[in-house]
Design a binder for this molecule. Structure first.
Ligand code: SF4
Length: 421
């Protein structure tokens, strides 16, 4: 059935979950005709491959038979890993149910980055804000790690460059990039400064800023490759801001012990709140990582990397990592879920694998079972949490689709397990 052209579409293809797109029929898939970005255009433009349908060991199968084959595989497993988890609220709930049923472990494909933030949140807490607060109040926006628009293309458009704000349009927000500068073509409404520095050494700079703000004696002449005077200037601007925000994307902090740099940053934000208002904004939410964390939290009492066993759910941010579980052989079956991005295929492993994948997914190796699934917000309705966690946005079905949702496919596997098929 051709999709109608419709306004007010919510986009599921990054953690900003923009809700102002216009989407209609395209030459391939759907086309974004207003308020999109390159990531959205690619996501809505994806179409199923001509041969897509469930497969068992490469042979075409019905959904019921594929679910039964997956159930047999899971019934024989000691410690299945339900990974990837690129899905929406309903899919995450179904993943929790299946993990409970099978004694499985849950981990997200973005888990390695997400735990850098979770370790800080669990250990010392943080002060964070929302996209709306940035739009309405922010007068100094610092981007730690630099270029944010490659991961969140409309970040500025949805915050400091938005045409409407609660207190009128005459607000002025300065932007400081720490690390890489903005991508070519990105224009910002206020003054822009780029402090070119080593992202992997930003922890030093955050520590230095804390010392400068506290008035402690400092012997260092530079930090992260930038001279002391630059950091002193930034410390003064941070203290003078009336509503400052520092945003970062965990994947940009991909170096050993990066959580310590993030923790120092979060402590810096707390220091600033003695004299002014300052907040952090950890950016995430793409491929449903924040959604899965939230659902796991309310379903099990634990966020990402929860596991089920005889004593009830547990969480271990290191032991329950996909890479470790597969490399050690501790996980003896893998259910890989990826419904937004056909490029997010399962990691190479020797364990029997069931893939619930985007219908355009091309796999490097044929899994034991493949079930093509619909994309929330394209093929079926759903809900996704936005990056700032304060809202779960409803997603609409934009076209008629015979593809099952992740929740339907996982529940079919669960029902087959229950029925002993
Ligand atoms: S910025 Fe993200 S949510 Fe917004 S339109 Fe682009 S991909 Fe979609």
């Amino acid at each position: 059935m051709p999709a109608p052209d419709r306004p007010g579409v919510t986009c599921p293809f990054c953690g900003l979950v923009c809700d102002d797109l216009r989407v209609g029929p395209g030459t391939r898939g759907l086309a974004v005709t207003e308020n999109g970005c390159a990531v959205a255009a690619r996501g809505f433009g994806q179409v199923a491959t001509a041969t897509t349908g469930p497969r068992i060991a490469g042979a075409p199968a019905t959904l019921a038979d594929a679910a039964a084959a997956a159930a047999r595989l899971l019934a024989a497993a000691r410690r299945p890993l339900i990974g990837g988890l690129g899905t929406d609220v309903q899919g995450a709930r179904a993943a929790c149910r299946l993990a409970d049923q099978t004694g499985g472990v849950l981990d997200h494909m973005n888990g390695a980055g997400a735990i850098r933030n979770l370790l800080v949140l669990q250990d010392s807490g943080w002060i964070t804000t929302t996209l709306s607060e940035i739009r309405n109040r922010c007068d100094l926006l610092i981007l730690a790690g630099g270029d944010i628009t490659s991961r969140f293309p409309r970040f500025f458009e949805r915050t400091i460059a938005a045409p409407e704000a609660l207190f009128g349009g005459d607000r002025q927000c300065a932007t400081v990039f720490l690390g890489r500068g903005p991508q070519a073509g990105v224009t910002l409404p206020g003054p822009v400064e780029v402090i070119g520095c080593e992202v992997a050494e930003l922890g030093q700079a955050f520590g230095l800023l804390r010392a400068l703000l506290a008035g402690r004696p400092v012997q260092a002449t530079s930090a992260a490759g930038a001279p002391l005077a630059v950091w002193q200037g930034l410390a003064d601007r941070m203290r003078a801001a009336t509503y400052g925000v520092v945003a970062w994307a965990a994947p940009d902090f991909d170096f050993p012990h990066a959580e310590l740099a993030i923790q120092t940053l979060c402590e810096l934000v707390k220091d600033l709140n003695r004299d002014t208002r300052f907040s952090g904004l950890p950016l995430g939410g793409s491929d449903g990582d924040i959604t899965v964390d939230a659902v796991s939290l309310w379903q099990t009492g634990f966020g990402l990397r929860a596991a089920f066993g005889a004593g009830g759910p547990t969480q271990d941010l290191h032991q329950h990592a996909t890479a470790r579980l597969l490399a050690s052989g501790e996980a003896d079956a893998l259910v890989w879920v990826s419904s937004f991005d056909p490029a997010r295929t399962p990691p190479a492993s020797t364990v029997p694998t069931v893939v619930l994948g985007h219908a355009a997914m091309t796999l490097p190796a044929e899994p034991a079972v493949f079930i093509p699934v619909g994309t929330p917000g394209v093929d079926h309705a759903g809900h996704l949490f936005r990056t700032d966690r304060v809202v779960a946005l409803p997603l609409a079905a934009l076209r008629g689709s015979a593809l099952p949702s992740v929740a339907e496919a996982l529940d079919a596997i669960g029902a087959a397990l229950e029925g002993g098929r």
